[in-house]
Design a protein around this ligand. Structure first.
Ligand SMILES: NC(=O)c1ccc[n+]([C@@H]2O[C@H](COP(=O)([O-])OP(=O)(O)OC[C@H]3O[C@@H](n4cnc5c(N)ncnc54)[C@H](O)[C@@H]3O)[C@@H](O)[C@H]2O)c1
Length: 270
């Protein structure tokens, strides 16, 4: 159903690890809609090599490694992306998240604070670092669009989501705060998409993830949104059809966030 809504637009896409990744699907859609972009991920993730297959499918997109916790790597990414793409950037997707405490099996009541600092840095503060680098490099095209991905655990408690809930709250706050400044100076919009639980490498790391997915599917009148559907929403947010949407947390969850009750929930796990 491609309509060329990103024709002539230039972007940067973070976080395509494998074909399950939301960013991977977003890259495929952005390419189909006519965009040119640079792909990036942490150097360690790149060693797995799969991103090269994605790049080949997307008009031989260039890949630039960047650990989002490193300021110099972020600056290098932005500078090189402008060189490669031949000018300012129209859209950026931050599709990055990682919880060290979840990975190390530490429960919320027993958080290791060194791990927690790294989690907040990689999953939330990196969004500020990205926008600060874009802002100070005057790298964004006027009326461009910047997006990050979040989860409803920022508003409601999902106990096993642990410290990532705190990271997502911070991410959403940074979105509003930086959205103000970028809007004032460049009419750039900054938003988060709050996505349904989706079977990806990051998602599956959360304990009891399968039950999460089934519960959300049963509660949501439209059912869960998958990664491909999320990618459709992402490209619409990068297009010129959404120029006045900014500083928002946009639920893309089949209605989960506003549903109080559904009988289908009783059948989960039966
Ligand atoms: N899967 C879900 O259920 C779900 C739901 C809502 C929101 N999200 C969010 O969507 C985003 C993308 O996750 P996904 O589900 O596609 O999983 P994913 O595992 O495919 O993507 C996460 C990405 O973050 C990257 N990353 C981790 N540390 C990094 C670092 N230091 N520097 C650069 N990149 C780094 C990983 O390499 C990976 O590509 C995340 O923000 C996640 O929290 C996921």
């Amino acid at each position: 159903m491609a309509n060329g809504i990103l024709k002539g637009k230039k972007g940067i896409i973070f976080g395509a690890l494998n074909d399950k990744s939301i960013a991977w699907q977003a890259a495929l859609k952005a390419h189909a809609e006519g965009a040119d972009f640079v792909l990036t991920n942490a150097p360690i993730a790149m060693r797995m090599g799969e991103i090269k297959n994605l790049a080949a499918t997307c008009n031989n997109a260039q890949i630039i490694p960047c650990d989002v916790s490193k300021e110099d790597e972020m600056q290098n990414l932005i500078t090189k992306s402008m060189e490669i793409l031949g000018g300012k950037i129209d859209f950026v997707l931050h599709s990055v998240g990682m919880s060290l405490n979840i990975r190390k099996g530490k429960s919320y009541t027993e958080l290791d604070y060194k791990f927690m600092h790294d989690t907040l840095d990689i999953s939330a503060i990196s969004f500020h670092r990205l926008m600060k680098t874009l802002y100070n490099s005057d790298a964004m095209q006027n009326e461009g669009s910047i997006l990050a991905l979040t989860y409803i655990a920022a508003q409601r408690v999902f106990p096993d989501y642990s410290e990532m809930a705190d990271a997502k709250s911070l991410l959403e706050s940074i979105t509003r705060s930086f959205g103000y400044h970028f809007g004032k100076r460049n009419k750039v919009r900054v938003n988060t998409i709050s996505q349904s639980p989706t079977v990806t490498t990051a998602g599956s790391g959360v304990k009891g993830f399968g039950t999460f997915v089934d519960y959300a599917e049963a509660l949501s009148p439209l059912g869960n949104a998958n990664a491909e559907e999320c990618a459709d929403y992402i490209v619409s947010m990068f297009s010129d059809y959404t120029k006045k949407v900014t500083m928002q947390n946009l639920f893309h969850d089949g209605g989960f966030s506003f549903t109080g009750f559904s009988e289908d929930v009783f059948n989960v796990g039966k």
